[in-house]
Design a protein around this ligand. Structure first.
Ligand code: IMP
Length: 432
């Protein structure tokens, strides 16, 4: 997947509920870029790369890290769990990928401490007793972003000064411990939290840079690839709130997160050809029954971060159009076509009926809207053929071509590529 001149800055983001296989797509474009940046989210993400001799799961580090001589950045809009980050760095060292000189972490990035993780778990346990849990990854994401908003969060550069770190941890304890007790959880000893972070500081601080880092690289003329995590329907503003993550996977987030202008960023939206979802929240085209079970089995639809079974649905054109509209992506890549094609037949949700009226685009994605839509389906049959690994349009069977053409006919931006397997080479360029 080569880089064209006008794609000096490229963002790759998810369009539906995540888990669409962005990782391998980022990896395949990363070869052409000098710098690869994660701009939001934290270790709630799980990007699994299947390369011929290797299976590697990434949580906080961008997938381009496997290429030597790239600059790898975790920007200010992310949240970092230092334990998990150091473990990820170690697991990469085991395959001879060393990030000592290439990984840069913005000093203003929010740190997830044991307080945020414990609060996330306590809150989910509390809400689940009332049947109202969000189904978070329980990794402290929401609480870290909340503390950021409260201005009580620890940030990466606090680990450069133990006096500052200690004061901030004790202040966080004063605010968080009463809440933990009220939720029926145990309070945490701030001294233990401090000691743990103190012991991590030496390793972690090597990576810290200030938030002008990327703006300066832009001025030097570097090509930059921005890796999104999660997806538009999990966006805290444009997604199915409250069943969302707590950051904004929207490409507009790149600006404040990286301290740069978002002018001239070409954006690719990635959608799995059948949507899937972990956690709670509305899902208009969920398949249900043994057909869903079969698709889950074919697609190994279990979370890379939590191992939870993912719910699976039929392709949902009104939601796809909604995500394209609000995110402003320039082109889309559809993934996992080989998995869907293993099903002999499927349905395409071509429109919704809302209050008796047909609409071709979701008017929003909140539960109030999505739980009141009735999908309008068209049936579609495939041929009995395994299309895994096919990488040329001409080699696709006729029904597969028809399916892509049909989906394209509903969208006003191009489907540029379709993935037919987990490897980098399992991809078809769609004739425009
Ligand atoms: P949180 O981000 O851990 O707070 O979880 C909030 C919601 O986002 C839950 O429904 C999670 O399952 C979902 N979520 C968070 N990260 C991912 C991801 O990388 N892929 C898919 N779903 C995610």
């Amino acid at each position: 997947m080569g880089v064209m001149m006008e794609q000096k800055y490229l963002a790759i983001i998810g369009l539906i509920w995540g888990d669409e296989g962005k990782g391998i797509i980022v990896y395949s474009y990363a070869e052409s870029y000098d710098v690869i940046v994660r701009f939001q989210g934290g270790p709630n993400a799980g990007h699994t790369l299947h390369l011929s001799s290797l299976k590697q799961v990434f949580h906080s580090i961008p997938c381009g890290a496997l290429y030597p001589s790239k600059i790898i950045v975790i920007a200010g809009g992310c949240v970092i769990d230092i334990d998990k980050l150091l473990a990820e760095i170690e697991s990469l060292e085991k395959i001879s990928v060393y990030l000592k000189d290439s990984l840069k972490i913005y000093g203003n990035t929010t740190i997830i401490t044991d307080f945020e993780i414990t609060m996330d778990v306590a809150m989910e346990n509390f809400l689940s007793k009332k049947g109202k849990s969000i189904g978070t990854t329980r990794s402290g994401i929401g609480d870290a972003y909340a503390n950021r908003a409260y201005r009580t969060a620890i940030i990466a550069e606090d680990l450069l000064d133990m006096k500052v770190l200690k004061e901030k941890i004790y202040a966080l304890a004063d605010i968080t411990n009463p809440q933990l007790l009220a939720l029926g959880a145990d309070a945490l000893d701030p001294e233990l939290v401090f000691q743990k972070m103190q012991s991590q500081a030496e390793k972690f601080c090597n990576y810290i840079v200030t938030n002008t880092y990327l703006a300066k690289l832009q001025k030097e003329g570097k090509n930059i690839l921005f890796e999104g995590a999660q997806a538009i329907l999990l966006d805290t503003l444009n997604g199915s709130y409250p069943y969302v993550t707590s950051s904004s996977p929207h490409p507009g987030t790149i600006g404040p997160s990286c301290g740069i202008s978002t002018k001239n960023i070409h954006t690719i939206g990635v959608a799995k050809i059948y949507p899937s979802r972990v956690g709670e929240g509305p899902f208009p085209t969920q398949i249900g029954g043994s057909e869903e079970e079969l698709l889950r089995k074919y697609g190994h639809e279990y979370g890379a971060t939590t191992g939870r079974a993912r719910k699976c649905g039929y392709i949902d054109i009104p939601l796809l159009k909604y995500s394209i509209l609000v995110s402003g992506v320039d082109e889309i890549i559809l993934t996992c076509f080989d998995t869907l094609y293993k099903m002999n037949k499927t349905k395409i949700c071509v429109a919704y009926e809302i209050d008796g009226k047909r609409v071709d685009i979701a008017p929003g994605a909140t539960p109030r809207i999505l739980s009141n839509v009735k999908p309008v389906y068209e049936d579609f049959s495939f041929s009995k053929m395994d299309i895994s690994g096919i990488n040329s349009w001409n080699d696709l069977p006729e029904p597969a071509k028809e399916f892509i053409k049909k989906v394209q006919s509903y969208l006003d931006i191009p489907i540029s590529k379709v993935k037919t397997g987990p490897d980098v080479k399992d991809v078809i360029d769609i004739p425009q």
